[in-house]
Write a protein that binds this ligand. Structure first.
Ligand SMILES: Cc1cc2nc3c(=O)[nH]c(=O)nc-3n(C[C@H](O)[C@H](O)[C@H](O)COP(=O)(O)OP(=O)(O)OC[C@H]3O[C@@H](n4cnc5c(N)ncnc54)[C@H](O)[C@@H]3O)c2cc1C
Length: 441
C-alpha cells in the first residue's frame, strides 16, 4: 500500500531543544503577523515527548548555562516562550531569584516541555526517521522524501536537528548490552536491573556524565565498588573563567566561521576545555570528599585509575576482564567488573548518516565533511534544487557553541528560519523545482 504523501514547505527532523527553538521562531513570527509565520513547517521526533536527556535526568544535577540562554531570549527577549515567562506562569519568578543557584536539570526539562506543548501542533512524535530519500525529476534533485509509519512528507527544505550521537569506543561495541552501556541509556539500564544490580563497576570517562554516573551508582548502593578510569590525572574542572567562555557568544561564531579548516580544528581543540571532559567545582569536591571520608572510615569504594587507557576487555563468565595500560610507563594491570558505564561523550559525524542517500549532491570539504555556511545552510552541488540546514550539528564549521550547548540555539533558529523563509518563497523552475541559491549568496 502506498503511503499518503504530504508536501510541506519545510521539514525538521528532531524536536529537541534545537527543533523547539526553531518552532518558536516561526510561532513568534505568526503571532506578529510576519510573512515568516506563513511557512508550512513540520517536525518529526523519535521520542514520545520533549523530555530533555531523560536518561541523565538525575536528582541534584543542574544546567551549566545562564537561563537567559533559553530557547528564545537571545533572538527575541519579548517572546512568550522565555524561561522568565515559564517561571511567571508557574508562580516561581521571585523564588527562583532567591534560589542562588542555576536551574536544576529537572526544572529545565520542565521548561522545555512547557514550551514544546505550546508549539508542537505540527510535530509527529514517536517517529524515528532512518533515511532521507532523493526525489529526482528530469535529472535534478527536486525534492526530499521522508517516510514514516503513518505517511510520507515531501519537501524542498530540510532542517536536521537530530543532535549529537553517543560515542562508543570500538573496543566496547561488541559488548553493548544490559551490563555495558553508554550514559545516554543510564536510567533505563538502571531500572532494568531491579534488585540484581552489579556490585563492581567500571566507569570510563572524566566529564560531567562520568562524575554523575559515579555519584548516582554510589548514591543507589553504598556497597558498590567503582573503578573510575581516566586518561588524565582524574576528574578535572571545566574552564569556567568569563574570558574563555566568551567562545559561546555570537561574535566568536563569526570569528570561528571565518577561519580556514586547519585553524578551525586548532581553535576547537583550544576551546574544548570550556565544555568537554570537565566537571564543576562542587562535583569535584563531592567526589574527592567521598574518597577522603572513605579512607577515614578505613574502606575504599571509589577507585580512580589515572593516566590509563583501556586496552582490552573481554567477558569471562559473568564478569568483564579489563586491561588498563598506563599512558606513560606502558605498565598494564587487570580489573574485574560486572558492569561498565561508558561516559565517553558524543560525536558529530562528518556527514550525518541520515543524509547518506544524498551524498552525490552534498559538497564536501577536504576532510570529507559537510560544508556549512554562516546561516547553517549545507552546501550542495550538481543538479540540486533542495536546501538543507544543520541545526546543532556544525561544531566543525561554527565552533564549540554549536553542538553541546544552549548558547546559540535561539540565534541559530532565527537565522535558519529567515533563510528557510527566503528559500520557500523562491519561484519554481520549468522542471517543477524551486530555483537554486548560488553558493555565494
Ligand atoms: C546530560 C546532558 C546534560 C546537558 N546539559 C547541558 C547544559 O546544562 N547546558 C547546555 O548548554 N548544554 C547541555 N547539554 C548539551 C545539550 O545536548 C544541548 O545543549 C541540547 O540538548 C542540544 O539540543 P539539540 O536539539 O541539538 O539535540 P538533542 O537534545 O540531542 O535533541 C535531538 C532530538 O532529535 C531527536 N532525533 C534524533 N535522531 C532522530 C531521528 N532519526 N528521527 C527523529 N528524531 C530524531 C532526538 O530524539 C532528540 O529529541 C547537555 C547534554 C547532556 C547529554
Amino acid at each position: 500500500m502506498s503511503l499518503a504523501t504530504t508536501t510541506v514547505d519545510a521539514l525538521c527532523i528532531g524536536f529537541g531543544p534545537a527543533g523547539i527553538a526553531l518552532a518558536c521562531a516561526f510561532e513568534d513570527a505568526r503571532e506578529q503577523g510576519l510573512p515568516l509565520g506563513r511557512v508550512d513547517m513540520r517536525f518529526v521526533e523519535a521520542a514520545a515527548d520533549s523530555q530533555w536527556h531523560p536518561e541523565l535526568l538525575l536528582a541534584g544535577t543542574d544546567i551549566n548555562h545562564h537561563v537567559f540562554r533559553d530557547l528564545v531570549t537571545p533572538r527575541n527577549p519579548r517572546s512568550r516562550f522565555s524561561f522568565a515567562m515559564y517561571l511567571k506562569d508557574k508562580g516561581r519568578l521571585f523564588d527562583f531569584g532567591l534560589l542562588g543557584r542555576p536551574a536544576s536539570r529537572h526544572e529545565w526539562s520542565d521548561y522545555l516541555g512547557w514550551v514544546s506543548r505550546q508549539v508542537d501542533a505540527r510535530t509527529c512524535f514517536d517517529t524515528r526517521i532512518d533515511e532521507v530519500l532523493p526525489v529526482i525529476r528530469h535529472g535534478r534533485l527536486c525534492e526530499l522524501r521522508v517516510e514514516t509509519a503513518h505517511g510520507a512528507f515531501e519537501t524542498r527544505n530540510l532542517v536536521l536537528s537530530s543532535g549529537s550521537a553517543a560515542y562508543i569506543p570500538e573496543l566496547f561495541q561488541p559488548l553493548l548490552g544490559p551490563k555495558v552501556f553508554h550514559t545516554s541509556g543510564f536510567v533505563s539500564h538502571m531500572q532494568a536491573f531491579a534488585s540484581e544490580r552489579p556490585k563492581r563497576w567500571l566507569v570510563l570517562g572524566s566529564g560531567q556524565s562520568a562524575s554523575e554516573s559515579v555519584l548516582e551508582l554510589i548514591g543507589r548502593d553504598r556497597q558498590v565498588e567503582i573503578h573510575s578510569v581516566h586518561r588524565t590525572a582524574g576528574f578535572k574542572l571545566t574552564q569556567l573563567g568569563q574570558f574563555p567562555n566568551r567562545v559561546f557568544g555570537p561574535e566568536h561564531v563569526d570569528y570561528f566561521h571565518s577561519l580556514d579548516a586547519g585553524a578551525r580544528q586548532q581553535f576547537l581543540a583550544y576551546s574544548r576545555a570550556t565544555n568537554y571532559a570537565g566537571i564543576d567545582p562542587d562535583e569535584s569536591q563531592k567526589l574527592f570528599s567521598l574518597i577522603y571520608e572513605d579512607t577515614v572510615a578505613g574502606r575504599q569504594q571509589l577507585h580512580t585509575h589515572h593516566y590509563q587507557h583501556v586496552t582490552g576487555v573481554q567477558l569471562c563468565g559473568d564478569a568483564y576482564q579489563v586491561t588498563l595500560t598506563d599512558r606513560f610507563s606502558q605498565q598494564t594491570r587487570q580489573l574485574e567488573v560486572e558492569g561498565i558505564v561508558l561516559a565517553t561523550g558524543y560525536q558529530q559525524y562528518r556527514v550525518p548518516p541520515l543524509l547518506a542517500g544524498l551524498q552525490p549532491w552534498l559538497a564536501a570539504d577536504e576532510q570529507g565533511a559537510l560544508v556549512v555556511d554562516r546561516d547553517y545552510r549545507i552546501h550542495t552541488q550538481g543538479a540540486c534544487d533542495v536546501q538543507l540546514w544543520s541545526n546543532g550539528l556544525s561544531e566543525r564549521s561554527h565552533g564549540i557553541s554549536d553542538s553541546q550547548s544552549f548558547s546559540m540555539l535561539a540565534l541559530r533558529a532565527g537565522r535558519i528560519a529567515s533563510a528557510l523563509h527566503q528559500a520557500s518563497t523562491r519561484p519554481v523552475t520549468a522542471a517543477g523545482c524551486k530555483t537554486t541559491l548560488a553558493l555565494s549568496e
